[in-house]
Design a binder for this molecule. Structure first.
Ligand code: SOE
Length: 367
């Protein structure tokens, strides 16, 4: 039976625009999707690079006015891959026009805006591209913890480190401007950490933070450090930085529980270290697992066991999960509500840093 067509509009053609374009192209090769994807229109401001991106990735049309695109009757899904400041207006307009909505992270440039976005998409399928949930090793870590393989969790240590902050050729980049991005590395990289932490280890109850800006010509944080208390009684440390010389894209966590330890680093994304305290002590140590087997999450959709995958596969798998859920009338996670919860924590981090005090997060704020 012919599958229904899903006509996609992608708003944005920067790095994420390319990554998402690849996902639309590749997903049908690896997953049995419920729709036939039609890459209908890509929208952006720079006509020249837009035309180039459209040609490279096979978009049928280009457009420079997202408002018209978001309202077009021949579009079913609007994917927001713009600078953060445009997430809210585009997502809200698309939802009002009845489109499915996908949005890049962080959800919004403020908590109030994130609440409006969550409310706006209530009637349409929606998801936020916190892609690292779909790294097989990360999803496997989440599964091991959900199964209780680590027992009670003691400590969660998360770092997301990049080094491009001091690079003067990046001056003027939208990610370093508060008006465009909302904040700095906290939202850009810290949001990934918080999304993963709450997915893997449950809600965060309180934070105590320090934000630091190294460069005098920036109004956003370059480094974000914070302590956290989780609802399950464990404690955590979080570190996001663009000034971590020597680290290209080091998104890592280490989790210590009463029965074991898990360790992951995106720079080595096919692996997960797992220590099981049930092992006899003379042979006890972290097992360096290659998470590429049929029994592991997602991996079996790609290549045979041991044939490693990369960054782009996380977006491909996320898209497949979203479309499968949408066709069934189910929710794919992280949806806008999950992303709002992350935004609540980011907001608490900013307030804590400004007030030099612990900031509690109440269940009402997470509602
Ligand atoms: C920033 O450099 C960035 O592109 C983030 O915006 C992405 O979310 C992250 O996954 C990789 O780094």
């Amino acid at each position: 039976m012919a599958k229904p067509r899903l006509r996609v509009a992608l708003i944005g053609h920067g790095f994420m625009g390319r990554v998402h374009s690849n996902a639309y192209r590749q997903a049908p090769h690896f997953f049995d999707l419920p729709y036939e994807i039609d890459c209908r229109v890509i929208c952006g401001r720079n006509r020249e690079t837009l035309a180039q991106t459209a040609a490279t990735w096979g978009w049928e049309e280009t457009a420079t006015d997202w408002e018209t695109v978001a309202a077009r009757p021949d579009i079913d899904l609007v994917d927001v891959a713009t600078p953060n400041v445009l997430h809210a207006p585009v997502a809200i307009a698309a939802a009002a026009a009845g489109k499915m909505v996908l949005c890049e992270k962080p959800l919004a440039i403020s908590l109030a805006e994130a609440v409006r976005m969550r409310d706006a998409v209530a009637g349409v399928p929606n998801m936020v591209w916190f892609n690292y949930r779909r790294v097989p090793a990360v999803a496997f870590a989440q599964r091991l913890i959900a199964e209780g393989r680590l027992g009670k969790i003691y400590q969660y240590r998360a770092t997301y480190l990049q080094e491009w902050g001091p690079d003067r050729s990046r001056v003027g980049n939208w990610k370093t401007q508060k008006a465009q991005a909302g904040n700095g590395v906290l939202g850009d990289l810290g949001s990934h950490l918080v999304d993963l932490a709450m997915w893997i280890n449950g809600p965060i109850n309180a934070v105590s933070a320090l934000l630091h800006t190294y460069s005098g010509d920036r109004d956003v944080d370059d480094t974000a450090l914070f302590l956290a208390r989780f609802a399950n009684g464990s404690v955590g440390t979080f570190e996001a930085s663009r000034y971590a010389t020597g680290c290209r894209n080091r998104n890592a966590f280490e989790i210590h529980g009463e029965r074991g330890m898990l360790r992951f680093d995106l720079e080595n994304l096919n692996h997960l270290d797992f220590l099981d305290t049930n092992d006899a002590s003379e042979v006890r140590g972290p097992r360096h697992l290659l998470v590429t087997g049929y029994e592991h999450p997602y991996a079996g959709h790609f290549w045979k066991p041991g044939h490693v995958i990369g960054y782009e596969h996380t977006f491909i798998a996320a898209l497949s999960d979203f479309l499968t859920a949408a066709a069934r009338g189910e929710t794919a996670h992280p949806d806008f509500t999950d992303a709002l919860h992350t935004q609540v924590v980011l907001d608490a981090v900013e307030r804590s840093a400004a007030e030099h005090a612990w900031r509690e997060i109440t269940p009402t704020e997470m509602a």
